[in-house]
Design a protein around this ligand. Structure first.
Ligand code: SAM
Ligand code: SF4
Length: 536
């Protein structure tokens, strides 16, 4: 019987019943159902599982639940294990994925890792010794795209004596296409995110010695569904509900790199959440470039707000987050759902990009400053206090000092809890590329600093108001040197407080004792908070 250590993802091949449990012999009460089937080869099923890190660092076993009957009543023989035949799968080769960019990319990497694990590849700790090195790239700003080429140069030097197979995935792959082979001939795979569902075929080509394998079509109507997804975060599970983007912001490469909008059927999303809950995840983060543009393609026709409510009611789920919302598709129904259901986190990320209607029009953002403020008013009118974060671009083509002043005034007017701010970076194939990039880089830098300093004051002021209040936090980490637990409130604020490493993954009530601009300091109060309590 295979034995695996906690936290690992393992692939086994077996023939026989599908009825399995992961059992920890020392803690027999904790049994995890397993249902990740990842294709089959030569009559044997390849079975992969993630062993929940909640089970501690002890050995656990994969055990059959005994002989069972098939639907027709015929007794199915107990399973038979065998080692993976070298000609069918990764043959024990190792892989390493380095991810650049946003949570969507992080989650794509988790799914790509799942595809590799299902083929028998094993994860390596670094790119130093991996047989297969993949870079999952971001091209949202020029600097991010350049980083990839410098990594490609570095790995060629570092691994000259034992070169790995190298793949470039994601936005840079889609944007640069097979020109990457010209710039870096040591790359063997170039694949954009819209082609990830074809990855198994591409891997088969590489395994058979293929060179210059590409997946660059944007003509897709399907989402990247995997039988297995590696989970890199122990308590929060990311779940893509909509891929691509149908908006056409004049500065943005995403519609070109990720293809048209495709929503997943609600039934599949809910089944995924149920499985994640049974695996021990308590927080779900629904993902999409414009997550609230979700349109259920199934007969259920759930609206985005209805989907949120259905996810929140799944047993074991204590927090549901979603990212990123587009202001034009943000509805009062979403606010009503957050108000009605405490499991829905009281935090909305609503990128404004600019406070000037003239700039927003050139950005093709499809809303004005006033329209955006109406959405903010709707969120602020909720019974629950909902925290709001945003993205801002400074120095966009034609942005005047007055336009920038309107953005600063927007920060004051809204009172954001967090702002992610960027200097405008002209990108290939975008509409704005043909316009003058007429705010000098030095001036963009100055505006960014002014904006960030202003926002720091706002955050400090807002956080100070929370001193003395109590919040439920999910403990995400522990700083051994300081003996501090690191928790996160439902409203997405970080709270550091004296604690224990064993508290990771638990929901604990803390009282805020002091506040900084970016985090709070607190102390534990009382016992464990009730499931899903939103104290804000
Ligand atoms: N879909 C989201 C929305 O509509 O707001 C944004 C997704 S994008 C990956 C994340 C952020 O990158 C954007 O909100 C924007 O602030 C920033 N961004 C996108 N293109 C940019 C560019 N060309 N230069 C600078 N920042 C950019
Ligand atoms: Fe880019 Fe605009 Fe789509 Fe967001 S909505 S991904 S900024 S095009």
């Amino acid at each position: 019987m295979p034995i695996v250590t906690s936290g690992q993802i393992r692939a086994f091949e077996y023939r026989g019943i599908f009825n399995w449990s992961i059992v920890n012999p020392k803690r027999p009460f904790r049994t995890l159902p397993c249902a990740d089937f990842a294709g089959h080869a030569q009559g044997f099923y390849v079975y992969c599982c993630r062993v929940a890190s909640l089970m501690g660092n002890e050995l656990v076993q994969i055990r059959p639940n005994g002989p069972s009957s098939s639907a027709s009543g015929v007794v199915v023989p107990p399973p038979e294990f065998r080692t993976l035949p070298p000609e069918t799968v990764g043959a024990g080769k190792t892989f390493y994925i380095e991810t650049f960019g946003c949570q969507m990319n992080e989650h794509d990497s988790e799914k790509v890792a799942g595809v590799l694990l299902a083929r028998g590849y094993r994860p390596a700790d670094s790119d130093d010794e991996a047989d297969f090195v993949l870079y999952n790239t971001c091209s949202i700003r020029e600097k991010a795209a350049q980083k990839v080429f410098s990594r490609l140069g570095a790995i060629r030097k570092e691994r000259r004596s034992n070169p790995p197979v190298i793949g470039v995935l994601g936005c840079v792959a889609q944007q640069e296409g097979d020109q990457i082979f010209e710039r870096a001939p040591w790359v063997s795979l170039v694949c954009g995110s819209a082609s990830y569902s074809r990855l198994p075929d591409m891997l088969a080509l590489l395994e058979n010695g293929g060179r210059r394998v590409t997946g660059l079509s944007l003509d897709v109507d399907e989402c990247f569904e995997t039988e297995l997804t590696r989970r890199d975060h122990p308590f929060r599970a990311y779940l893509t509900i909509i891929e691509g983007c149908d908006k056409a912001c004049s500065y943005c490469v995403v519609p070109m790199t990720r293809g048209p909008e495709r929503s997943r059927p609600s039934g599949r999303i809910l089944a995924d959440v149920r499985r994640l809950s049974s695996e021990g995840f308590t927080e779900i983060q629904l993902l999409g470039q414009t997550v609230n543009s979700y349109r259920d393609p199934s007969a259920a026709r759930l609206s985005f707000a209805e989907l949120l409510l259905r996810v929140a009611e799944i047993s074991g789920i204590r927090r549901v987050r979603f990212m990123t919302s587009h202001p034009s598709d943000f509805t009062a129904e979403i606010v009503r759902a957050i108000d009605a259901e405490p499991v829905l986190a009281n935090h909305v990320h609503l990128p404004a990009q600019s406070g000037s209607t003239a700039v927003l029009r050139r950005m093709r953002r499809t809303y004005s400053r006033e329209g955006y403020l109406e959405k903010i008013h709707c969120i602020r009118s909720a019974r629950r206090a909902i925290s709001i974060s945003t993205d801002i671009i400074v120095g966009f083509s034609g942005e005047t000092e007055e336009d920038f002043g309107e953005t600063l005034a927007l920060l004051d007017q809204v009172g954001y809890d967090q702002v992610f701010s960027f200097k405008y970076s002209p990108r290939p194939k975008t509409l704005a590329l043909s316009w003058a990039d007429d705010v000098p880089d030095l001036e963009k830098g100055r505006r960014l600093t002014v904006l960030q300093e202003r926002q720091r004051e706002i955050q400090l002021e807002r956080n100070r108001r929370l001193v003395g209040r109590e919040f439920e936090v999910l403990v995400e980490g522990f700083q051994h040197r300081l003996g501090q637990a690191v928790g996160r409130t439902a409203s997405n604020r970080v709270v550091n407080f004296p604690g224990e490493a064993a508290w990771r993954g638990r929901y604990i009530t803390v009282r805020v004792t002091s506040a900084g601009p970016n985090s709070l300091v607190g102390e534990r109060v009382g016992g464990r908070a009730e499931a899903g309590t939103a104290l804000e």
